[in-house]
Design a binder for this molecule. Structure first.
Ligand code: NDP
Length: 284
């Protein structure tokens, strides 16, 4: 039977560590502030923003929410980003993506000061991740690394397969595994023989966005299986890319959806915000 990796428990540990450090900073008169900007009325984005706010409160950060209307112009949004860039109370800036039509994600992200880009989406931070010299972690992939570490699995020399090559998950995920000396294969929609490639993986990370597409025949006996996917099944229930019921018996460790990677992404965002505050106060 596979052992289920409890993302909630691992994320609670990370957040508890952050809360202790935040309390220490407070004693030195340093408060940590995260600005979360949401534009428009996307219900999923609203849920994410609320969860980020709650996480800030739980670790002792100040959170500042900026909710802008659907008809916000690029100029108005850039004006706000500029203001936050120069506000010393704000250590991290997060603009919730996707932005409504008419606003270009790239233009906005490129205007956040890299030192405050706690999502690590700015090209400067992406470049730093590439060369392995980074202080901001790409949140979801970094969460996956914490989950793998929690199992005690060594990555060095292991066959690692990442399915998905997006800029926010697949590519940085591959980079982090490579920095840990995994032998990394990145798969995508044009990959031939996906099943055969996946079944070689000692560590399989799926970030596709297709409900239950990874079935037991993709899984090597004893593999560590990490499911980043967040999808709805035929009954509208939240599920991952991995068909948990058939894969769990073959895996040595496996993440559930929900309760696996999801809670880690926010914990890593908190970690980046703390790092930003320490950097901006000359502590690191
Ligand atoms: P994208 O849609 O940007 O990327 C999906 C990737 O999957 C692409 O590289 C695509 O290939 C590949 N793909 C699509 N179909 C197939 C297929 N049949 N076989 C192999 N590869 C395929 O998604 P994201 O990376 O943004 O997100 C992926 C999933 O992770 C989503 O379900 C998302 O909701 C979830 N997610 C979860 C987070 C969390 O905190 N738990 C955070 C971020 C995302 P190609 O490039 O060729 O098109």
């Amino acid at each position: 039977m596979g052992k289920i990796i409890d993302g909630k428990a691992v994320s609670a540990d990370v957040k508890a560590r952050i809360a202790i450090e935040t309390a220490e900073l407070k004693k030195q008169g340093i408060e940590v502030g995260l600005a979360v900007v949401i534009v428009g009325n996307d219900p999923a984005s609203k849920v994410y923003v609320r969860n980020k706010k709650l996480a800030c409160e739980a670790v002792g950060f100040n959170s500042y929410e900026y909710a802008l209307g659907e008809d916000t112009t690029e100029e108005q949004l850039l004006e706000l980003v500029d203001k936050l860039n120069s506000d010393p109370k704000i250590n991290g800036i997060l603009v919730q993506l996707p932005l409504p039509k008419g606003l270009d994600d790239k233009v906005i992200i490129n205007n956040i000061r890299p030192e405050k880009d706690v999502d690590a989406f700015h090209p400067v931070n992406v470049g730093k991740i590439m060369i392995g010299d980074y202080s901001f972690l790409p949140c979801t992939p970094a969460g996956v690394m914490e989950l793998i570490a929690s199992t005690g699995t060594e990555i060095e020399g292991k066959e690692c397969v990442v399915i998905g090559r997006s800029n926010i998950v697949g590519k940085p995920m591959a980079m982090l595994l490579l920095h840990k000396s995994g032998t990394v294969t990145v798969c995508h929609s044009r990959t031939k023989n996906l099943k055969e490639v996946c079944s070689r993986a000692d560590i399989l990370v799926s970030a596709v966005g297709r409900a239950k597409m990874i079935t037991a025949d993709y899984i090597k006996e004893g593999a560590v299986v990490i499911d980043v996917g967040m999808n709805r099944d035929e009954n509208g229930k939240l599920c991952g890319d991995v068909d948990f019921a058939s894969c769990e018996p073959k895996a040595s460790y496996i993440t559930p959806v929900p309760g696996g990677v999801g809670p880690m992404t926010i914990a890593m965002l908190m970690q980046n915000t703390l790092t930003a505050a320490k950097q901006q106060n000359g502590l690191i």
